[in-house]
Design a protein around this ligand. Sequence first.
Ligand code: SAH
Length: 246
Amino acid sequence: MNNRGKIYVVGIGPGNMEHMSLMALKAIENSQVVIGYKTYIELIKDLLHGKEVIDSGMKKEIERCNLTIDEAEKGKTVSIVSSGDPGIYGMAGVILELVNKRKSEVDVEIIPGISAANAAASSLGCPLMHDFAVISLSDLLTDWEVIKKRIKCAAEGDFIIALYNPKSKGRENQIVQARDIILKYRKSSTPVGIVKNAKRAKEKVVITDLENMLNHEIDMFTVVIIGNSNTYIDKGKIITPRGYKI
Ligand code: SAH
């Protein structure tokens, strides 16, 4: 056991264990304690036999991260798990900020994972083949005005746009406003991919366009990918050309 204690901030990927890295598996295997939001703990439950498992609810991120540091400071090896990549709207930021604030001596290692955008893109074809922007529509921690400005700039800059946290109960209008902003810079026939539960058992893939995207189910288990001005649909796949002469 490492006396200083060790925290692995583990990205478990989008869902099924097949999409988790070997390093993520190893980190969890090496940990005495595994901490995470209960949905993610459920996804990896087969790896947790004999471990101390602490699951917690959604809006308890800071508490969960403080607990992770407390456990590591006892000299234990602790994994805190995030879905997808822990450095993309995951737990890596809070852990590093709190470790600094607490002047903790624990060792932190961040294990990357396949993020929702990569996972969804592979189910859609190759929509992210050129420069893209990832934008979260959640205004819990970010002002809506800032989010709108980023959508506008990404749309104006012809970036492919991957929208995380597109919609949830009680937060239904942001996706409508986002589409309206993007429509000012892009044709209504621009391809849009909507993937719910990417790489999980109940994955649902929809290929549509800016005009029709709001007629489809979008929720907090969904990522929405909006093509750039060159993106097209062929044989059920969304393709963004890289620029090769073919
Ligand atoms: N750290 C995560 C993102 C967390 S933010 C990652 O890198 O993927 C939560 C948002 O991610 C959800 O609202 C949804 O938009 C997206 N998301 C996470 N997992 C997903 C999945 N399997 N399928 C589709 N979207 C997903």
